[in-house]
Design a binder for this molecule. Structure first.
Ligand SMILES: Cc1ncc(COP(=O)(O)O)c(C=O)c1O
Length: 396
């Protein structure tokens, strides 16, 4: 059913806005395995590490001292200052910690706020297919219209500026990019980002760049979109602590953007959230002050796992291009002739390995499954053995 058509079987008590959202293809799938034992999960997209203890401890100590109140709507000033300094040191960005940054409940909230702050009903937001599951839902909740740009394995799932430009209309409000990418692990070369910046400039379009995986690249440099020449005034950069510092459950992220946009986002945030969780903000301060070596260590470890899984998937006959970022492998399952949902369900039932059907991320994900390799090498190797058995049985 198209997203904007009302489903008559849905209860009238529920708003059309909520009814327009489809249940997440990921959640639906994880409900299936909730009661199964002995499953190796390559499903959930989060680090298998606990947050480094010195980061957690900073929050514990602050709680012991009774630091449990709301903070400023925008976030603790020290955290804003440190985040802005981090962005300056890493990417040479210049943002004002008092007017151009908002601490949020993860990038999830920042995404939602960005859409609600800039999208009018009927406005179009261009994004890739496949893409992170929340992207189109956030646009739909803001009463906008997601417009998809297909990407493919031949192009290593990098989006081409000309394909974006071909979809620009007079309703285009923003281009939403997310690299390193979930679910593909793709990283965008600087040249291609520059070409997107040129398209955005020509059409006066805002670019929202979700860089939650910025620290997770392997053998290539991450280019921060907001650091490209001349883009700052039309860019909303989203970042967070979940993936790099293994802090998914703390729920802390941020948006940096020109002050008018941050002011609009802060208005919505102050009425809906008030302030990001105080202990999480304290932990994030510690992460920025002393967490760098943890990030480096974890990234080295993800890289070892990445190499094992990519080689292993190719060896068992599931072609997998080499992802250069995030912690996902996105192998093609076309050789089995199954849909990605069929493949994932059968693999779970027969071999107890959980992967996510590529279709959960858009039509262009249909011939693929997402395998998160942020899990132990032993589990990755066992999962590959099981998947190898499975593919041998079903390969056409
Ligand atoms: C591309 C992308 N953006 C945003 C998020 C949400 O991150 P956070 O935990 O900061 O809300 C995720 C989580 O998986 C993601 O993959």
């Amino acid at each position: 059913m198209p997203a904007n058509v009302r489903n008559q079987t849905q209860p009238k008590t529920i708003s059309e806005r909520a009814n327009r959202l489809s249940p997440s293809g990921i959640r639906k799938f994880f409900d299936l395995l909730a009661n199964m034992e002995g499953v190796i999960s390559l499903g959930v997209g989060e680090p298998d590490y606990a947050t480094p203890w010195h980061i957690s401890e900073a929050a514990v100590k602050s709680l012991e001292r009774g630091y449990t109140m709301y903070t400023s709507n925008s976030g603790i000033p020290e955290l804003r200052e440190l985040t802005v300094k981090y962005l300056k040191d890493k990417y040479n960005l210049d943002y004002d910690p008092y007017s151009e940054i908002l601490m949020t409940v993860g990038v999830s909230e920042a995404l939602d706020l960005a859409m609600r702050a800039i999208v009018n009903p009927g406005d179009e937001v261009i994004m890739t297919d496949p893409c992170y599951v929340a992207y189109d839902s956030c646009v739909i909740l803001a009463e906008g219209k997601p417009i998809k740009v297909p990407t493919n394995q031949q192009n290593s799932f990098e989006v081409e500026a000309k394909d974006i430009e071909a979809r620009i209309t007079d309703r285009t409000k923003a281009i939403l990019i997310g690299y390193p990418a979930n679910p593909t692990g793709a990283v965008m070369p600087r040249q291609k980002l520059l070409a997107i910046a040129e398209v955005a400039r020509r059409h006066n379009s805002i670019v929202i760049s979700d860089e939650i995986y910025a620290r997770l690249t392997y053998g290539v440099e991450h280019t921060c979109y907001a650091g490209l020449p001349g883009v700052k005034e039309n860019t909303i950069l989203l970042g967070g602590f979940s993936k790099a510092y293994a802090m998914t459950g703390w729920r802390i992220g941020y948006a940096v953007a020109p002050k008018e946009i941050i002011a609009a986002m802060t208005k919505i945030h102050q009425y809906t959230i008030m302030s990001a969780p105080t202990p999480a903000q304290v932990a994030a301060i510690e992460a920025l002050k002393t967490g760098e070596s943890d990030v480096v260590e974890m990234v080295e470890d993800y890289n070892r796992r990445r190499m094992v899984i990519v080689k292993g998937l190719n060896d068992i006959g599931l072609f997998c291009y080499e992802p250069k970022g995030a912690f996902y492998a996105f192998p093609s399952i076309a050789c089995t002739g199954m849909t990605s949902e069929e493949f994932s369900e059968k693999l779970l039932m027969e071999e107890k390995v959980a992967v996510v059907p590529g279709s959960a991320f858009g039509q262009c994900g249909e011939d693929y499954v997402r395998c998160c390799y942020a899990t132990s090498l032993a589990d990755i190797e066992e999962a590959l053995t099981r998947m190898g058995r499975f593919v041998k049985k079903y390969k056409k």
